[in-house]
Design a protein around this ligand. Structure first.
Ligand SMILES: Cc1cc2nc3c(=O)[nH]c(=O)nc-3n(C[C@H](O)[C@H](O)[C@H](O)COP(=O)(O)O)c2cc1C
Length: 189
């Protein structure tokens, strides 16, 4: 009997956020990266907060740390192509946003039209995780297109195909040794 048995996936994958683009800026202009580490962190409706974890080696991390603001675009399926543009290479040395349609919020942080949702946020606090920083973010403005479904990571893999999945696995594997030396972990672990 197969019934409605859910697919067998690592339980940790249930904690991946919808695929988001996190943006920020400095005096040179805006930049954005892909992020699936975004989690709701408030029960007070008029004070919405999110936890957003960014790897320290990312240019966007530097921009968020410097400006104290960030934008979050919850990507739609039609925007899956942005994952390859924003998530596979750093914008530190070239303008990743050149040729992409984007809008700047009041702080100068970029969001991407055609999304399931867009938010503007300000950093309240942060936790150093060694290899990454978890930013506690106050959501100052938000909009939702209820006709557009958020892009899940599984659907992203289907849309971008096995070539993308393999390439991302290779990038992650190549970075892991460095992060292993930097990350906070249990003593003696
Ligand atoms: C599917 C996917 C998920 C990702 N999730 C995260 C994440 O949760 N946090 C993070 O810091 N980087 C994440 N990344 C990696 C960044 O998007 C990537 O390192 C990007 O090139 C950084 O760009 P920047 O240096 O211009 O900021 C993800 C990338 C992909 C493709």
């Amino acid at each position: 009997m197969t019934g409605n048995k859910p697919p067998s996936r690592d339980i940790l994958s249930e904690f991946w956020a919808p695929v988001c683009a996190v943006g920020s800026h400095d005096g040179r202009g805006p930049n954005a990266q892909i992020c699936v580490s975004v989690l709701g962190a408030s029960v007070v409706p008029e004070r919405p907060r999110l936890l957003v974890s960014l790897w320290k080696s990312n240019y966007t991390h530097e921009l968020v740390t410097g400006s104290g603001t960030l934008s979050i675009t919850v990507l739609s399926e039609a925007q899956a192509g942005l994952v390859e543009v924003l998530g596979m290479r750093s914008g530190r040395r070239y303008d990743k946003l050149a040729g992409i349609e984007f809008e700047l919020d009041d702080e100068g942080d970029p969001t991407f039209p055609g999304a399931a949702g867009r938010m503007a946020g300000a950093v309240i606090d942060s936790m150093d995780m060694g290899d990454a920083t978890s930013f506690l973010v106050a959501v100052r403005a938000r909009e939702r297109d209820s006709a557009v479904a958020p892009l899940t990571r599984w659907r992203m893999n289907e849309l971008l195909g096995p070539g993308f999945v393999e390439q991302w696995a290779q990038i992650a594997a190549a970075r892991a040794p460095h992060y292993r030396t930097q990350m906070s972990w249990l003593e003696g672990g």
